[in-house]
Structures are given as structure tokens and as C-alpha cells.
Design a protein around this ligand. Structure first.
Ligand code: PSU
Ligand code: MN
Length: 302
């Protein structure tokens, strides 16, 4: 282990005791939700993980360290700093060496979780192949990370801002299994169905853990996508979210948004266009994912 890793007292104690730990990302806090709901949600999600029998480890880059588990003050700083940098694999060394404030994406959180020996990571939605990627080449680094880094990523599928079919094709090519929980369909973040199927349905944490353990025992490195749909009562109407997504995508095109700014722009615009209703759905699904992730982390320990 290298000197860049810094564990909070809670996470250090959990490691010493061999307890189940669940990693949580921080780009969702800095670039995915507005302040102060972001900080409040982050703390509530951590508590759900504890209630599920595991220990939460929210990961961010602060003062030249990979912080695994954040204090209230660190979380507040991350949630309320306009200069927090969105950090993917490419950006990790720069942000650490420059001692800047970094919020980790799915890709960067997977890297840090693996360094910290954490096998389960809970997020909202993963990045993917963007619509129009055949000309823009915009494919999230999250997908390459899933191909190479051995962490199970619990999510509510991918947003329809992406090309969900191409995202699943890309994952298949790179040998990343996509598991769904409680249904065969692959969920689309704000809605329970995307029209695409997951590869395997595994409803219980014990089955998910057995599958993941088997993969890694075989020496098949790389991640697993564990997708669980947003609870019925919190899902958004499909027609509304499709219309708003189309509008947000058109605006991103008109404004020439590119590179790492694309996803944050679309997330923020969808929130505006739904007058905040998408945020309530977003919060509900992350909490639901936290329950699934905690159970999985406990099962992987058993
Ligand atoms: N998708 C969501 N919510 C998010 C993100 C993606 O529904 O908050 C964030 C995650 O941190 C993800 C990142 O890793 O955006 C992907 O960004 P990009 O598309 O630039 O790779
Ligand atoms: Mn991109």
C-alpha cells in the first residue's frame, strides 16, 4: 500500500476488524447534485450502508491524499466547492500531485477502491457510450475501468442520455457481465426498464456474491455491473424523461459542450427541465442502490 491512501477512523477500524466496506463515489456529490441536497444525501446514503451491516467509505482526493471515508468538514468542502475537479483515471495523478480538490467518477472510485481492498462500490448510474459516439468518440472511461478493475459496481443502470444498446455492446466486448436484480430488464436510471435485457438476473445478495467470487477466483479480472431498478413509487414517467432528455441533448449539441463537461451539463439540465423532480428520483435510487450494495458487501464477506 502506498502513502497516498488515507483512511478515516471509521474505515480504518472496519479494515482492522475485517468488516464489509462499501465504497461511494464523490462526483455524484460535486457534479451530480446541487448543494446542499448533495451533502445531505451523501450522509444519508452512508447511514443506509451502516444500517445494512457494512461500513461506508466515500472516496475523494483532498490535499494530495486519496481519502477513503470523509469527515463532515471534508464532505462539506467537496459538496460546496465550485473548483472541485471531476477526476477520472486520466486525472488522478495530476490532481494528487497538484494537491487539488478532486471528486472521483465511477472509473476513479473503482481504482481507489481496489487500492484500498474494497470489493463493492455503490453509485447512481455509470457512464457509457454517448449517443452519436460514432462521430464524437465519446465513450466514458468508466467502461474501460469496468473491463480491467475488479470491483462490483451497484447502479440503477444507465441514463437514456446515453446510447444504452451500444453501452451494453461495449461491455460485452470487454467481458463485463451485467447483472440485474429483481427483474430481467436492464434499468434506465430514472425508469425501471430500458427496453434492453441484462445478461443475468440474480436476485439475492448470496447469488450475486457467489457469481462475483467465482469470476475473480477464476482469475477473470474486471468489474461486474449490478443493476437494480429505481423503486416503482420513485420512478419518473417514461414519456416525460424521454422528451426532456432529447431537449437536453439538443442543447448540449447547440452549445458545443464536449469532453468531461458533457455528462454534468446533461445531468444539471435534466434537473432544471424537470423542475427538480428528477433530483428526488435520483436520491431515491441511490439510496436503494446503497441497500443492495451493503447486502452484497456483507454476503461477499461470508
Ligand atoms: N451518470 C449518472 N450520474 C452521475 C454520473 C454519471 O447518471 O453522477 C457521473 C459518474 O461519476 C460517472 C461520470 O462516473 O458521471 C461519467 O462521466 P463521463 O461521462 O464524462 O465519463
Ligand atoms: Mn465523455
Amino acid at each position: 500500500m502506498h502513502a497516498f491512501l488515507q483512511f478515516s477512523p471509521e474505515v480504518a477500524a472496519a479494515r482492522a476488524a475485517g468488516k464489509a466496506i462499501v465504497a461511494l463515489e464523490s462526483t455524484i456529490i460535486s457534479h451530480g447534485m446541487p448543494y446542499p441536497q448533495n451533502v445531505q444525501t451523501a450522509r444519508e446514503v452512508e447511514q443506509i450502508v451502516r444500517d445494512g451491516g457494512a461500513v461506508p467509505a466515500t472516496i475523494a482526493l483532498i490535499d494530495g491524499k486519496i481519502c477513503v471515508g470523509l469527515s463532515d468538514e471534508q464532505l462539506e468542502r467537496l459538496g460546496n466547492s465550485p473548483d472541485a475537479i471531476k477526476v477520472s483515471r486520466r486525472d488522478l495523478a495530476y490532481v494528487l500531485a497538484q494537491k487539488r480538490l478532486g471528486a472521483t467518477t465511477v472509473a476513479a472510485t473503482m481504482i481507489c477502491a481496489q487500492m484500498a481492498g474494497i470489493e463493492v462500490f455503490v453509485t447512481g448510474g455509470i457512464g457509457g457510450v454517448h449517443r452519436g459516439a460514432e462521430t464524437s468518440f465519446d465513450i466514458s472511461a468508466d467502461l474501460q475501468e469496468l473491463a480491467r478493475t475488479s470491483v462490483a459496481v451497484v447502479c440503477a443502470g444507465v441514463k437514456s442520455i446515453l446510447d444504452i444498446g451500444l453501452t451494453l455492446e461495449y461491455l460485452e466486448t470487454h467481458g463485463v457481465p451485467v447483472v440485474s436484480v429483481g427483474q430481467r430488464g436492464f434499468p434506465a436510471f430514472f425508469t425501471r426498464e430500458s427496453g434492453f435485457q441484462a445478461d443475468f438476473q440474480l436476485d439475492s445478495a448470496a447469488e450475486q456474491a457467489a457469481f462475483i467470487r467465482t469470476k475473480w477466483t477464476l482469475g477473470l479480472a474486471g468489474g461486474v455491473v449490478v443493476s437494480t431498478p429505481v423503486p416503482e413509487a420513485d420512478a419518473m414517467p417514461r414519456a416525460e424523461i424521454d422528451r426532456i432528455t432529447a431537449q437536453a441533448l439538443a442543447e448540449a449539441g447547440q452549445r458545443g459542450i464536449s469532453g468531461k463537461a458533457v455528462t454534468p451539463f446533461l445531468l444539471a439540465r435534466i434537473k432544471e427541465l424537470t423542475e427538480g423532480r428528477s433530483l428526488a428520483t435520483n436520491i431515491a435510487l441511490v439510496k436503494n442502490n446503497a441497500r443492495t450494495g451493503a447486502a452484497l458487501a456483507v454476503a461477499l464477506r461470508g
